[in-house]
Design a protein around this ligand. Structure first.
Ligand code: 13P
Length: 340
């Protein structure tokens, strides 16, 4: 029974070329984004912004799932309607970030381990009762001189697998997110090699922990050069390297892959996803979709700037980027978006 429910939820999240919108920034991360635009860093400002997102007209046309944060899943619209009700009424599946953030890994200077396994079973049970149907856990792997270490990658892979097994026990589809960060001047080849190694170790641990691959979602980085690498390469190079890497490391039983944007601009993230689907969609065992935060939200946040009078325009900006990514899933971006 649980297995069927997990498979159904995972498949629903990839239906109709839709994708996920991550709006699960922790309070410190959300406040950091607000600070860039002079928006007050308060619970009420975060609530207003999240209300803007969940009430965006027609968002359910292109977004299948919204990833919430613990504060947000308990919040309501100004008129008292819960965000959860609004999301479900819009035909969108609610999900929840359940990791407790990346902390310094003992004995490994400069590296992080994601925490949050203690008490996770009970938290998942509560979120499932509230109506969440999937969950997210993000591990971060940094590239630098001498890092990542095997110790860091293995510890994070094991935590991801233990989280994923607990999610499935609770009937929630785990979004498994091992993010190789873009920071640094490394080449695309280095990103390729490390992403492949990380994914192989993650799937090894998922197998060891008996995670059912048909009932999970992988949320990886694209294979890209470091942000300060002098050779930035082309969109097609990123698409080719990313698909080649995934084909080597991701089992065909996984229903779909939903990329993070990792600091790419909205346009670039859509263009890369589009190129992958144009070139490979018909040959791949899994769907290639999106689970972006910044690459969907950034233009909307820039327009909103905390001003009530800008809400409608910001919602247009949010919907537009979401629609662009649905087009990218079809290999139809930017052609489909011209004149919009
Ligand atoms: P970005 O798309 O901004 O990288 O965020 C994705 C995400 O959910 C990180 O966990």
């Amino acid at each position: 029974m649980i297995a069927l429910k997990l498979i159904e939820t995972a498949q629903a999240l990839f239906a109709d070329d839709k994708g996920l919108l991550a709006m699960d920034e922790s309070n410190p991360t959300c406040n950091k984004r607000f600070a860039e635009f002079g928006i007050p860093q308060t619970e009420e400002a975060r609530r207003s912004y999240r209300e803007l997102i969940v009430t965006t007209p027609n968002l359910g046309e292109c977004i299948s799932g919204l990833i919430l944060y613990d504060e947000t899943i308990r919040q309501t619209k100004k008129d008292g309607t819960s965000f959860l009700k609004i999301i479900v009424d819009a035909g969108i599946i609610p999900g929840i970030k359940v990791d407790a953030g990346a902390k310094d890994l003992a004995g490994h200077p400069g590296e992080k381990i994601t925490e949050g396994l203690d008490g996770l079973r009970e938290r998942l049970e509560e979120y499932a009762k509230m109506g969440a149907r999937f969950a997210k856990w993000r591990a971060v792997i940094m590239i630098g001189p001498g890092i990542p270490s095997r110790g860091c990658v293995e510890a994070n892979a094991q935590a991801l697998a233990r989280y994923a097994a607990l999610c499935q026990e609770a009937g929630l589809v785990p979004v498994v997110e091992p993010e190789v960060l873009m920071d640094g001047d490394h080449s695309i080849d280095r990103c390729f090699a490390l992403t492949e190694e990380v994914l192989r170790l993650v799937f090894n641990e998922l197998y060891t922990q008996q995670v059912m691959l048909e009932g999970m979602i992988l949320k990886p980085n694209m294979v890209v050069p470091g942000l300060t690498c002098p050779e930035q390469g082309t969109v097609n190079e990123v698409a080719d390297a990313t698909v080649k890497c995934l084909l080597r490391a991701v089992p065909a039983a996984v229903p779909g892959i939903a990329f993070l944007s990792g600091g790419q601009s909205g346009e670039l993230a859509s263009a890369c996803l589009n190129a992958m689907n144009v070139r490979f969609r018909k040959k791949l065992p899994w769907a290639l979709a999106f689970s972006f935060a910044r690459a969907i939200q950034q233009p909307a946040l820039e327009v909103w700037k905390g001003q009530e009078a800008h809400v409608q325009l910001a919602q247009h900006a949010l919907y537009y980027r979401a629609k662009c990514n649905q087009a990218a899933r079809r290999g139809n971006y930017p052609a489909a978006m011209e004149g919009e």
